[in-house]
Design a binder for this molecule. Structure first.
Ligand SMILES: [Zn+2]
Length: 324
């Protein structure tokens, strides 16, 4: 047994000792990677290669991974990998960090969930005051739209008995450090920053959700560019960031009916410094004519708010189940 094989073997045994019983399969892949065949065996999934995708499926879940790509789909929802799925010998592999920190927490939340129910949600309406955020061609301001959506999310969550606080309640600008510090001071159990997108091309459309990139890997929106890849306080929550991000993103896509741009990774200040599971949602593009009018309409804002609130409620339900 080569030393890297031994290390991987020990890691897998430790990781799955609870959920799967002792695993005695050797993974013959390079250190830091795990083969899709191996993952499929762990989940008792059937595997097939379909065009450029590897499909893995059991009775409960379906995972699709594009080969030589960072795109993966978990139960139909796009999740960006930190690094592309690559072939080593005969095996398609992904990085261990994407399996251990993302796919497995999403599929087996009970093995990662905190041992007590979350109590307080902090919502962070982006921008405010002198910082308007993006401005649409017709002059709609991101700071106003996201404050309105945040109030709708607050109302929906409070109707379900969940405590909610906001980093701003009016047209003010708490700086980015103040927002993370506020969440910590009030004892936030989860943090959701709410934004609207802008792009140079008016064709760009859809919704996307960000969580902190794992240490050592690029942000998905700055892939291959020079950037820091250090660990931050929020990386302690990598697994639950994925669970919260996936729950919110899948509900956001479902309710908004917009294009799915995926659950992505970025070291945004309000994510990386926040000391609880944290997510940043982009509710559509102010630079896309159709989405500009949607973002200006109360009915679309309500749908987006429902998507976010349902995602938070879904996260609460997953933790509640894991505590039984
Ligand atoms: Zn913004």
């Amino acid at each position: 047994m080569h030393s890297f094989t031994r290390k991987l073997f020990l890691y897998h045994t430790a990781l799955f000792a609870g959920g799967f019983g002792a695993i005695t399969v050797e993974a013959r892949t390079p250190t830091g990677t795990v083969s899709l065949a191996y993952i499929a065996r762990l989940y008792s999934m059937k595997t097939k290669l379909f065009g450029k995708k590897v499909l893995m499926e059991n009775k409960y879940n379906k995972v699709e991974i594009e080969t030589n790509s960072r795109r993966a789909y978990i139960n139909g929802v796009m999740v960006w990998l930190h690094a592309p799925c690559r072939k080593h010998g005969n095996e398609w592999t992904i990085r261990e960090v994407d399996f251990k920190g993302s796919m497995d927490p999403i599929l087996r939340t009970y093995a990662y969930a905190p041992k007590r129910m979350p109590r307080l949600v902090v919502l962070d309406p982006g921008h405010g005051g002198r910082d308007t955020g993006s401005i649409s061609p017709k002059g709609y301001k991101e700071k106003e739209i996201v404050l309105n959506i945040s109030y709708k999310v607050k109302k929906l969550l409070e109707a379900k008995g969940i405590r909610v606080k906001m980093t701003r309640t009016g047209d003010t600008y708490p700086n980015l450090d103040v927002r993370s510090t506020y969440a910590y001071k009030v004892g936030a159990d989860l943090f959701v920053s709410i934004h609207a997108n802008a792009a140079g091309a008016s064709s760009a459309s859809g919704v996307e959700t960000f969580i902190t990139a794992s240490s050592g890997y690029d942000s998905t929106n700055m892939y291959g560019q020079d950037q820091d890849t250090f660990a931050f306080k929020n990386n302690t929550y990598d697994a639950m960031n994925s669970v919260l991000g996936f729950s919110i993103h899948s509900n956001l896509v479902k309710m908004s009916k917009r294009d799915d741009r995926g659950l992505r990774r970025a070291r945004y200040s309000v994510l990386k410094h926040t000391r609880c599971p944290s997510v940043l949602v982009e509710c559509g593009f102010l630079t896309n004519p159709h989405e500009e009018s949607l973002l200006n309409s109360p009915s679309y804002r309500e749908l987006v708010a429902r998507g976010i609130a349902n995602g938070v409620l879904g996260y609460f339900t997953l933790i509640k189940r894991s505590l039984r």
